[in-house]
Design a protein around this ligand. Structure first.
Ligand code: NAI
Length: 768
């Protein structure tokens, strides 16, 4: 007779299939779908099939949205926006609350529909996706209520175009729609072509709760419909999807001044330190890379294990992997369901083949009939192997080892992405050290793939910009109330004066230099141009490159801490005061006063622009920390050269960034005089770098530089489009700083600090 433990060992789960009758009735009744525009469904148009990827069965037919459909939806959203924004917060909150309640009431229906359309296991749709959808609407009902008191000086953007992917169809819809509505915007949302059905069911929920017509509009279709939405007259595009499409959207919006947030791909590290609880870490791998068949932007797809425990960890992981069940998504005991579409399955297999061809060994990961792939991982894989660099977006991890914590951080950061990281260590000191050094938007300590509406989510680098969730997410659907615009002066054409040939007796009293790495430098081309009061260097592409390289070496500035940075800023203010008359002679007393005020103001802020601990999940300390970008490029306004420069550079450096600034093209000498002030104020070399010359050209080179992580454009409007296009290349956010009086009160405040930082969300579980 078998012992109980043996029975337990061999016991197989029976099948337990979730009942899909209600959903199938609904599909049979509805059959074909039009779009949801202005509160009602349009007649079905040009139709395409949406299928259950696990069986290939056609579930329904939906309409391919045309330019005309998009225009109608945007018009409906525009017509509804002012009234929606003007509703008292409590009323908007009630609608969001009602949406949450109705999602909850239909939890089973929505879970089954999601599973049928996407192929994900019902266990995940039911226990993770749909509850998080309800949570998102509840949380944002709160923000709707509190908008006016918690976001003073901020206003809704207007109409938001939202484009979402197929991996978490309804959850991504909630992430997009809830904050937009809470802030007072109206939306046009385009779901992914593989998974439109839960969005259409959500449209019915909008009708059920009596949401005013036009507040939510849903247009189905493929990438062409998405592109039409990007081209439409909307005030913001929020996109989640591939880095490639995100890059194209950033380029398409160049020069329009429209807001953009991007949540793109990832190749997130999953770091297992020597002292980690290995059993827990293996469960983390299951949640990290085998959740949702690995089709997760923040999947822990690069497993990095301390060499000392690598053998044991792999044995445990392999045993766990071999017990995962791949099968029918509606079966409640299925761990991995179907890949969303044959196209994606082929893509996953192609990357795995390329990885193996490049020398890696694939364990598991075999294709099965239909849209199924067994879980697997690539071992013996070199850093440059495509399996290591490309986002596989399937149930295949990579496994490699490291020796020291420094090496772990280096490997973790060796990617163009920066979405998330998991860090496993029983030492809080070690884990938090790694969390602070890995350059990503979200870190889970001793955990993986945890999400909550209160915890901002979003990336660094090519994983995109903007945050979803919490107050940071709300801010991405709001904008600073318009300031009084003071149009910037147009740049005059710089007239090159070869060095040493300046004619005598024409009032030339000064020849300035460039400034980078803490030293004055001659421009690479050797040319100067005439400006009021003397000659300024005509900087070029090579000077920009040198300045950026100098800025990139100033990393210690961030590590010094807010208090030490404040001291330097106070010192700058003091030294500038001591030489005020000299600067006033070049500009005006009002400009000098404003410049001193900025240094004082941001010295005050340097150790006070704090993050928050948010209430995301009981038993977790979830910290949202503003971090500097690294190198920020700044094109300064032409008017008010000293006040403009200081109003932009001081907040950026106060937060720990290094700056490469292009001062006013027409009149840069007040800024070049600051070199001595910086040198005598203990500002470390490389923190502020200055290249004078033709500002549009310089801005374009600076915005295109890989090392520049964010760009502020406060120069003449004409240069913005080229800057946006250059920045789209490596997906850096561009802030088109609205023109203003740089000596006035609008020229300083928290908005500058927010733009100087991005948040990292660190999840730290507790419990003895
Ligand atoms: P995709 O980026 O093409 O699709 C995402 C959404 O963008 C869909 O709604 C699609 O219709 C829309 N879209 C496509 N082209 C567009 C355009 N030119 N303008 C506007 N909207 C457009 O992603 P796809 O092709 O479905 O998946 C390819 C790869 O992208 C995946 O293997 C994965 O690596 C990555 N991906 C990442 C996601 C994430 O959550 N970060 C989600 C989906 C895909």
């Amino acid at each position: 007779m078998s012992r109980v433990s043996e029975i337990m060992q061999t016991m197989e789960y029976g099948t337990s299939v979730e009942d899909s009758a209600a959903v199938r009735d609904w599909l049979a009744r509805r059959g074909t779908f039009g779009h949801f525009i202005g509160g009602s469904f349009t007649d079905p148009g040009d139709l395409f099939d949406t299928r259950d990827p696990s069986t290939g069965e056609v579930l329904a037919q939906v309409s391919q949205g045309s330019d005309t459909d998009i225009a109608a939806a945007v018009a409906a959203a525009r017509a509804a926006q002012a009234d929606w924004a003007a509703l008292p917060g409590t009323e908007r909150a009630r609608y969001l609350y009602a949406l949450a309640r109705h999602v909850q009431k239909r939890e089973r229906f929505l879970s089954v529909l999601e599973t049928l359309d996407n192929g994900k296991p019902i266990r995940e749709a039911r226990d993770i996706d749909v509850p998080l959808v309800a949570r998102h609407f509840y949380h944002h009902a709160g923000w709707a209520e509190l908008r006016d008191t918690q976001f003073p000086g901020q206003a809704p953007l207007g109409v938001c175009g939202q484009i979402i992917p197929w991996n978490f169809p309804l959850l991504m819809l909630a992430w997009k729609i809830a904050p937009a509505l809470a802030a007072g915007n109206t939306v046009v949302l385009k779901p992914a072509e593989y998974t439109p059905l839960t969005a259409l069911a959500f449209a019915e929920i909008c009708q059920e709760v009596g949401l005013p017509a036009g507040v939510v509009n849903i247009v189905t279709g493929d990438g062409a419909t998405g592109a039409a939405l990007v081209a439409a007259e909307v005030d913001k595009i929020a996109f989640t999807g591939s880095t490639e499409v995100g890059r194209g959207i950033a380029a398409a919006l160049a020069g329009t001044g429209r807001k953009l947030t991007l949540e793109l791909g990832g190749k997130s590290p999953f770091v297992v330190m020597e002292d980690a609880d290995l059993d827990a870490a293996v469960e983390g791998v299951v949640d990290g890379i085998w959740f949702n068949q690995g089709q997760v932007c923040c999947a822990g797809s690069r497993i990095l294990v301390a060499e000392a425990v690598a053998g044991r960890f792999e044995t445990l992981m392999r045993a766990r992997m071999d017990r995962l069940r791949v099968g029918a998504p509606l079966d409640k005991s299925t761990d991995l369901g179907a890949i969303v579409d044959q196209v994606q399955k082929d893509r996953i297999l192609a990357i795995c083949r390329a990885a193996v061809d490049a020398g890696a060994e694939l364990v598991g990961g075999q294709p099965q009939d239909g849209c199924f792939i067994a879980p697997g991982y690539l071992r013996n894989i070199a850093p440059a192997n495509p399996g290591m660099t490309e986002e596989i977006f399937g149930p295949i991890a990579t496994l490699s080892t490291f020796r020291t914590a420094d090496e772990a951080v280096e490997l973790a950061n060796n990617t163009r992405y920066g979405l998330a990281a998991s860090v496993w260590s029983e030492s809080a000191t070690v884990a938090t050290d790694l969390a602070s050094r890995i350059r990503v938007g979200v870190v889970w300590i001793n955990g993986a793939n945890m999400f909550d509406a209160a915890a901002p989510f979003g990336g660094y680098r090519e994983s995109g910009y903007g945050r979803e969730g919490g107050s940071g997410g709300m801010l991405d659907y709001l904008a600073e109330l318009p300031v009084t615009a003071v149009p910037d002066a147009a740049p005059s054409v710089p007239v090159a004066v070869p060095e040493g040939t300046a004619p005598k007796g024409q009032g030339i009293d000064r020849t300035a230099k460039l400034y980078y790495g803490g030293a004055q430098k001659r421009p690479d081309g050797g040319a100067m141009y005439a400006v009021p009061g003397g000659l300024a260097p005509l900087g070029g592409r090579k000077d920009i490159r040198n300045a950026v390289e100098a800025a990139a070496k100033a990393g210690k500035w961030a590590a010094m801490g807010g208090h030490a940075r404040a001291q330097v800023l106070y010192y700058i203010a003091e030294n500038l005061s001591a030489r005020a008359a000299e600067f006033a002679a070049r500009t005006s007393w009002a400009e000098v006063d404003a410049a001193i005020a900025r240094a004082f103001h941001y010295a005050a802020w340097a150790d006070k622009f704090d993050g928050a601990t948010v209430q995301a999940k009981p038993g977790h300390l979830v910290n949202v920390i503003p971090e500097p970008f690294g190198v920020v490029g700044i094109a300064c306004p032409n008017a008010q050269p000293l006040a403009g420069f200081m109003s932009l550079v001081m907040p950026a450096i106060a937060m720990g960034n290094a700056v490469v600034a292009i001062p006013a093209q027409n009149d840069p000498l007040a800024v070049t005089d600051l070199y001595q002030v910086f040198d005598t104020s203990d500002l470390p070399g490389g923190v502020v770098n200055i290249v004078t010359g033709p500002s549009d050209d310089l801005a374009r080179h600076l915005a295109g530089h890989e090392e520049v992580a964010a760009f502020w454009h406060a120069g003449a409007q004409a240069g913005l489009a080229a800057v946006d296009r250059a920045a789209a290349g490596n997906l850096k956010p561009v802030w088109a700083v609205p023109s203003r009086d740089w000596m006035g009160t609008d020229a300083q405040g928290e908005v500058f600090l927010r733009k100087a930082t991005r948040t990292k969300t660190i999840w730290l579980p507790y419990g003895a």
